[in-house]
Ligand binder design. Structure first.
Ligand code: ADP
Ligand code: MG
Length: 410
């Protein structure tokens, strides 16, 4: 169940200690390693990932941190600050069907690593405990953070030798087949490949990635997220329906995926498709164009010049793909009123968050305006916060590592 919580930003050091404390409370002994994976914001490129298209997400300064300890048997135990339960399973019993609830994310990653070729027959068990300051269900991908933190940990602790692209594929498989949410490769790629002050351009067909510096600091720009706290549920309903429309569009137009279509195909698409399917297809075709156009504009003129693409993306999601909700539309309108360079809903839609690219000096006014506008409309109070494009998933220094820390030897 996706209860939208809105934790305050904690910072990695505080999350590290919370994970260590939580681990000790859950299992009665200390962990031996710590791992962190960020959430992500999608700058532009929505629902293009499963259409083999382009996306441009960045990792953010919100994290899921996991404390781990290798066991001397074959059990995996997982627990989280979200719950009192400890879920326990033998590695021998793992399958896509044997896992459920929130633990399907971490346990699904272990299962998926096996499907990807890891020899799980001899690996030792693990105790795992996670904490997070990524709001859940807010479109910031707490799910990929959880998958990725498990992915980098088992890769190193068990010596699996996967590269980060493969770990992204493993996380996606866990989410698709063990959790049952038909999502694309974007979230895991952003979380695993993100770099400071940069976004990651992903070609979801070739899985080729390119780090694209954003240079927000140079222009004194920030990205403000407005979490509407309207809940979304990827595994059901609208998301699956949109995927089905895209598949129908591609099939009818005789291409393997909508990636294979461009603006020149819009006329033919309109002739051959019913109105609704046509608008779904038009969103994907134009959104792919906008992603590439935004990257070109960014590289030529800087982040201050990409407002038009962000704004057009929102309009397309609202009118053509119909995945926005009134709360998201309002937050985008408010951002424009306050003077944002551009604003759009981000994530899968049907709730979640919007982003605004805005001058640093206007960020506080934007937060206030959002709260006032939501109150006036009778909506739940939104949570408004700034995100910083950040590094991807990492092992955190802990335990033995800190003994050789030069700062301590001195
Ligand atoms: P999001 O947009 O945050 O990725 P999802 O619905 O895709 O939303 O994933 C959220 C789900 O992931 C939660 O409902 C929960 O099952 C799981 N989850 C994410 N983070 C944690 C965590 N720290 N502890 C336990 N479960 C988590
Ligand atoms: Mg998710």
């Amino acid at each position: 169940d996706t209860t939208t919580s809105a934790p305050a930003p904690k910072g990695l050091d505080e999350l590290d200690s919370a994970a260590v404390r939580g681990f000790a409370a859950a299992y009665g002994e200390a962990p031996t390693s710590l791992w962190a994976a960020p959430g992500r914001v999608n700058f532009i490129g929505e629902h293009t990932d499963y259409n083999d298209g382009f996306v441009l997400p960045f990792a953010i300064d919100r994290h899921t941190v996991m404390a781990a300890r290798v066991r001397d048997d074959r059990l995996v135990r997982v627990s989280s600050s979200f719950t009192d339960e400890i879920v326990e399973i033998s590695i021998d019993d793992l399958s896509a069907e044997s896992v459920s609830g929130w633990s399907a994310y971490p346990l699904g990653v272990i299962w998926a690593a096996g499907v990807q070729g890891a020899d799980l027959a001899r690996v030792p068990g693990l105790d795992l405990y996670v904490v997070s300051d990524i709001p859940v269900g807010a479109g910031l991908s707490s799910s990929a953070a959880l998958e990725s933190v498990v992915g980098i940990a088992i890769d190193e602790l068990w010596g699996l030798g996967f590269d980060r692209r493969t770990l992204a594929v493993i996380g996606r498989r866990a989410e698709n087949e063990a959790v049952g949410a038909p999502t694309g490769i974007m979230d895991q790629s952003a979380v695993l490949l993100g770099r400071l002050d940069s976004a990651v351009l992903i070609d979801c067909r070739s899985l080729e990635t390119r780090v694209v510096p954003l240079g927000l600091d140079d222009e004194e720009l920030v990205i403000v997220v407005t979490d509407t706290r309207v809940e979304h549920e990827h595994a059901t309903g609208g998301y699956a329906a949109r995927r089905a429309s895209c598949e129908l569009g591609a099939r009818t137009l005789g291409v393997p995926s909508l990636r294979d279509l461009g603006p020149d195909d819009l006329g033919r698409a309109e002739e051959l498709l019913d109105d609704e399917t046509f608008r779904r297809v038009r969103h994907i075709i134009t959104e792919n164009e906008r992603v590439l156009d935004l990257v070109r504009t960014l590289e030529k003129h800087g982040a201050g010049a990409v407002g038009a693409q962000l704004d057009a993306s929102h309009t397309s999601m609202r009118d053509d793909f119909e995945i926005s909700v009134p709360e998201l539309d309002l937050s985008v309108e408010v951002a424009r009123r306050v003077g944002a360079i551009g604003s759009r809903m981000t994530g899968g839609g049907f709730g979640g968050s919007s982003i605004a690219l805005i001058h640093r000096s206007k960020a506080e006014a934007l937060a206030e305006a959002q709260r006032a506008a939501f109150a006036e409309a009778g909506y739940r109070e939104p949570v408004v916060f700034t995100v910083v494009p950040s590094e991807g998933a990492v092992r955190r220094p802990f335990g033995e590592a800190s003994v050789t820390d030069p700062a301590i030897e001195r």
